[in-house]
Design a protein around this ligand. Structure first.
Ligand code: FDA
Length: 403
């Protein structure tokens, strides 16, 4: 990509991912001289791998309720200013075919590469200059401008947009640079953690369930108590190290170390009533009976871990009390994960730059005029399902319009 020499710019956008390209294109098309800087060899790797290569680029059901933040109202203004419909219009103007897959999630028909090229063309339309690959080493504020130290030529810009994302997937070049810079300028940071991530268990604790690896079923999963209780109805996947699948990725964003998660392995059913009704004169083994509603492997292996190992018993011989207790355990299986699979397996980072130090309409740091934070670097974390990109677009546009 072309070098930008020693020129000074109106705006330097650091990080050419989803939010950075959006902000740069909007600002550039408003006539500002914008430079976009990224240390990656390939442009927008996270967009490329997203949605299994088809980029779940938004969710038509987006509301502030699908975002986690210590300041839940912060995202309202940006989300209202740039909606999923606005992004769909952009996608359609570029002739990109899309489809709705599941629960409002929109994907490209062909490849996520189409979204990257679309954003590239939008940046070209705004005459955005590129520095890539170019690592930003530091940012300092002087009188009337920022000085940006890089592993190449330094850059000067009147305003700086931090769009370096979160720490998920460091193997693709993710860094905590935005958080370091925020702290350097005196901004607070909400403790970052891996989110939308598989949950893991101690090897000894998980031994009995290791044989279930690959089994998948719809569950209801919850964590927290009272007003803090959060519930998702989604698919669960057993793995060698623990639990994954959409249900677990979703709840992982709410889970705190040491807390239990509760799984209902037969959501929407009254299992106690069903088992007691099916019991009289029933010569079937319990695991065979349960295989009518569960994957067979789950019925056999999971029951082998239940107290008294009732799986091999004939239905008619099992005391009512045992059946009731079993149903209760199936509807409320409580587990305490030992941790998460970490940033290497996480889709996003939760936490980030504390939004209480940012202006919700512009994303500008209140205490540092000219410095902006957008996208995943900010303490706004979406659910699984296209919400994180919608936040990246919306916060990028809010900032791009305000620069
Ligand atoms: P993003 O990570 O996109 O961009 C940050 C950029 O900054 C990178 O290009 C990086 O190289 C650069 N950078 C970092 N440090 C730097 C430095 N010091 N100097 C220069 N450059 C630097 N979301 C969704 O809504 N739908 C989906 O389908 C998916 N799927 C998905 C799959 C997988 C496997 C992952 C890991 C994530 C997703 N996501 C997703 C989440 C989504 O990808 C994510 O939230 C957005 O890409 C965040 O956009 P940002 O622009 O904030 O950061």
């Amino acid at each position: 990509m072309s070098g930008a020499g020693r020129q000074a710019f109106d705006v330097a956008v650091i990080g050419a991912g989803a939010a950075g390209m959006m902000a740069a294109s909007v600002a550039g098309q408003r006539g500002l001289r914008v430079v976009l800087v990224d240390h990656a060899q390939r442009l927008a790797e996270k967009i490329r791998i997203s949605g299994g290569g088809r980029c779940n680029f938004t969710n038509i059901g987006t509301t502030p309720a699908q975002f986690i933040s210590q300041n839940p109202d912060f995202c309202r203004s940006a989300l209202a200013g740039y909606t999923p419909r606005d992004f769909i219009d952009l996608v359609e103007r570029h002739g990109i075919a899309w489809h709705e897959k599941h629960r409002g999630q929109l994907f490209c028909d062909d490849s996520s590469e189409a979204i990257i090229q679309m954003l590239r063309r939008e940046c070209d339309a705004g005459r955005v200059s590129w520095r890539m690959p170019c690592q930003v080493l530091g940012v300092d504020k002087g009188p009337g401008h920022f000085s940006i130290a890089t592993d190449g030529e330094p850059i000067e810009a009147a305003q700086v947009v931090m769009a370096t994302g979160g720490m998920a997937i460091p193997q693709l070049g993710a860094t905590d640079f935005a958080l370091k810079l925020a702290r350097q300028f005196g901004l607070k940071v909400v403790e970052p953690r891996p989110a939308l991530v598989p949950l893991t268990f101690d090897a000894e604790q998980w031994k009995p369930f290791g044989a279930l690896s690959g089994v998948s079923l719809e569950v209801s999963v919850s964590c927290g108590q009272g007003k803090r209780k959060t519930v998702f109805l989604e698919d669960l996947l057993f793995t060698h190290r623990g639990l994954s699948g959409p249900a677990i990725l979703q709840i992982s964003s709410y889970w705190n170390p040491g807390e239990a998660i509760a799984l209902d392995l037969a959501p929407g059913q009254d299992l106690a009533q069903a088992l007691l009704a099916a019991k009289p004169g029933n010569r079937q083994q319990l695991d065979t009976a349960l295989a009518a509603i569960w994957p067979k492997r789950l019925a056999e292996q999971w029951l082998a871990t239940a107290p008294g190992q009732p799986g091999a018993m004939r239905m008619a011989d099992i005391p009512d009390k045992t059946l009731r207790a079993l149903a209760q355990r199936i509807h409320g299986w409580s587990l305490v994960p030992s941790g998460t699979a970490g940033y290497r397996k996480a889709e996003v980072m939760r936490g980030g730059v504390d939004t209480r130090g940012l202006d919700q309409k512009t994303m500008q740091a209140r205490a540092v005029p000219g410095l902006y934070f957008i996208g995943e670097a900010v303490d706004v974390t979406g659910w699984l399902g296209g919400y994180n990109f919608q936040w990246a677009w919306a916060s990028g546009v809010a900032c791009g319009r305000a620069l």
